[in-house]
Design a binder for this molecule. Structure first.
Ligand code: CTP
Ligand code: MG
Length: 238
């Protein structure tokens, strides 16, 4: 069965500051989304990439893909409109998958620099039988759980999880298609939000495994992340 990548790219990028939707902003002269599509198409396993565009930006995204990816190395490309939340956007991407797709990678457009080796490590773990796979890294910072208070006010600490047992998760997250579909259907019914696809699969009681992530798979969230991403690209070009 084929492997497809769904790329949610319909966010506004509020934390990056005012401007074009985040995925369409330029990174060293090329839109972030194009870097992300190339990263997925670079994996030999991926035969289809579904881009989930801002609902008012479907035509713009189609022409960006035409301009930058005259050939995506034989990888098929689809563009569908996204929703108001990441979860809804991912769901729109899943619904566009043709029959014959057995495994799905869900990859944030906001992680444009993920190395192909990380993508392949996720695919490998799926092939080895895991229904859900996430790339992740150990944390540098100790994490505190707090009782959230008013913004700016001191917050009481509730717990300090043992750092060595924590992992910060990245994308692409890989799934057996049926498992991912069931997880999204269950969450849509419950009405609860989720920031992470693997978390939804955990709630269904399916096992999720972690494989090593990569520093360069960091998420471009705030303005400083753009500086880091352009520095990584500059280093790749030398
Ligand atoms: N995303 C999406 N649809 C939404 C919200 C987010 O497809 N309604 C996508 C983003 O485009 C991004 C990924 O989900 O590729 C991860 O989300 P995030 O980094 O939070 O991006 P934004 O939501 O765009 O940023 P912000 O939260 O700062 O507005
Ligand atoms: Mg967001």
């Amino acid at each position: 069965p084929a492997t497809a990548a769904v790329i949610p790219a319909a966010g506004r990028g509020v934390r990056l500051g005012p401007g074009t939707p985040k995925a369409l902003r330029s990174l060293s002269g090329t839109p972030m989304l194009i870097h992300a599509v190339r990263a997925m198409a670079a994996s030999r396993a991926v035969s289809l990439v579904v881009v989930v565009a801002p609902a008012d930006g479907v035509d713009e995204v189609k022409s960006l893909l035409d301009d930058h990816l005259a050939s995506a190395g034989g990888t098929e490309l689809l563009v569908v409109p996204g929703g108001d939340t990441r979860q809804e956007s991912v769901r729109a991407g899943i619904e566009a998958l043709p029959p014959g797709v057995g495994t799905v990678l869900v990859h944030d457009a906001a992680r444009p620099l993920v190395p192909v080796d990380t993508v392949d490590a996720v695919v490998e773990a799926l092939r080895a039988g895991a229904p859900a796979v996430v790339p992740a890294l150990p944390l540098a910072d100790t994490v505190k759980e707090v009782e959230p208070g008013a913004p700016g006010a001191a917050e009481p600490v509730v717990a300090t999880p043992v750092r060595s047992r924590l992992r910060a998760v990245q994308t692409p997250q890989g799934f057996d298609r049926a498992v991912l579909q069931r997880a999204h259907a269950a969450v849509a019914l419950s009405g609860e939000g989720a920031t992470d696809d693997a978390g939804m699969v955990e709630q269904l009681g399916h096992p999720v495994v972690v494989v090593p992530g990569h520093e360069e798979a960091f998420k471009v969230t705030r303005p400083l992340d753009l500086v880091l991403a352009e520095a990584v690209l500059a280093r790749r070009r030398v």
